[in-house]
Design a protein around this ligand. Sequence first.
Ligand code: FE2
Ligand code: FE2
Length: 169
Amino acid sequence: MKLEYKELTKNILEDENFLNLKNERHHGTNRYDHCKRVSYISFLLAKIFKGNVEDACISGLLHDFFQGESSYLDHPKTSRDNAKKYFHINDKEASIIETHMYHYALTKKCLPFINHDAKVNPKEFRPQYKEGYIVCFSDLLVSAFELGMFKVRYSICLYLLFIINLMRY
Ligand SMILES: [Fe+2]
Ligand SMILES: [Fe+2]
């Protein structure tokens, strides 16, 4: 299975524009690793739910393909444009990338006080394909895991700092 995944994604994973994502911080890790995790989970879920495995893992890989900072609501379009420019993705993959923040649009609708300056219509982010829901769910899952790990590491550093300071007395 790993071999199949490698075959589908190696052109992108070895591309120098995509490798630049290793320099971008993202959820306490780097954007390259984040995208790879989302892509692999999407690959597995597409197999389980009988979706198009290639579309799921390619759009999972390119869902956050942007440099620097971008807003929660703008980066899907930036990533889609970059993916089109560098990897000539198909229309379905473009749509999956564009709608991967559906989870955020829904959360914002239910809890409007979050980042309340930015208005959002969840309909604009509703995935058009089964693989769109798969990538959206994988992103949510991986982000929660990464942010959790980040908080754990951050807490350990704080505790260590606290202990080191205590030992000085
Ligand atoms: Fe994203
Ligand atoms: Fe993401």
